[in-house]
Design a protein around this ligand. Structure first.
Ligand code: ZN
Length: 291
């Protein structure tokens, strides 16, 4: 049975409190979360991640969780989710769709500006890319990426952000041929380890319950949510708070490509410190050339 504290009335109260006491809640929740997330670097070598469908998943520690959100951006749910993530110092990966990125480019940029990883999930989310012709299926992928990239390119603040080489199949309906096609373009496929059922017509209470139950049963992993659902936006603060209480940590997936370059040689510690010019922003030619 669900605990009474997860009642919908409590959601309303919590949302009101979070608005009135935003600053205080932010610092305490961040402290409780142990500060910024650990970064889990996703290697450049192409792989398929997520034990729901594949043999391997992301290199996580026990009781570590990767938060992922699919199908957005959405003018209501995405913003609420971004605010919740900020309050908990949590960084996530957004698998956006191209047609929504076209419609709400400012939300794609907002997610990038707040430090989340921007990934792709097709152009218009056909339920099963395998049922489309080869050309239409690959076009769904490339157009999805290019629309999200255009959204990022649309403002100077995010013009240097490149869509991560991470793809999630709509409905998780993959094919080995399309995974091979993605792999040839340097793009890894992401399934998940932990479902939350938030795409079903269930209550926010049920999303909280199922997300926590499934996270506990796998002791962490890649969790799949949908940032087009208000039930998800309502459930997320309760999921994150309870995860904190139970000692779970959040890990943030970042492509190896976006990691700062290691200094090549360590100088004599007595040498004077010399300011070096900033490195040129790396550009993923393989991904852009796939468009
Ligand atoms: Zn989806």
């Amino acid at each position: 049975m669900m605990n009474a504290k997860f009642s919908l009335a409590a959601f309303g109260l919590a949302l009101t409190m979070s608005v009135s006491a935003h600053g205080a809640e932010m610092s305490q929740a961040c402290l409780d979360a142990g500060g910024p997330n650990r970064t889990v670097v996703i290697p450049t070598e192409v792989q398929s991640y997520g034990t729901m469908q594949y043999a391997n998943t992301v290199d996580l520690e026990a009781k570590e969780v990767v938060l992922t959100f699919d199908d957005g951006p959405d003018p209501n749910a995405t913003l609420s989710i971004l605010d919740t993530l900020d309050r908990y110092c949590a960084k996530a990966t957004f698998f956006f769709t191209g047609h929504r990125a076209e419609r709400y480019p400012h939300l794609v940029r907002e997610a990038a500006l707040r430090g989340h990883t921007i990934a792709s999930h097709s152009y218009s989310h056909p339920n099963n890319l395998r049922r489309l012709s080869w050309n239409r299926a690959t076009r769904q992928i490339t157009r999805g990426i290019s629309e999200i990239q255009q959204a990022l390119d649309g403002a100077p603040e995010t013009a240097d952000v490149t869509v991560a080489p991470f793809f999630r199949f709509p409905g998780l309906n993959h094919s080995s041929a399309l995974r091979g096609w993605l792999g040839a373009r340097g793009i890894s496929t992401f399934s998940c380890d932990v479902g939350t059922d938030d795409w079903r017509r269930i209550s926010a209470n049920a999303v909280v319950y199922r997300a926590l139950r499934n996270i506990r049963s796998k002791r962490g992993g890649i969790v799949i949510f949908h940032d087009t659902k208000m039930r998800t936006a309502a459930a997320l603060p309760f999921v994150l708070r309870q995860m904190q209480k139970e000692g779970y940590q959040i890990a943030h997936m970042v492509p190896e490509r976006d990691m700062p370059a290691e200094p090549e040689a360590i100088g004599n510690p007595d040498d004077p410190i010399v300011e070096t010019p900033p490195l040129e922003q790396p550009v993923d030619h393989s991904l852009r050339s796939a468009l």
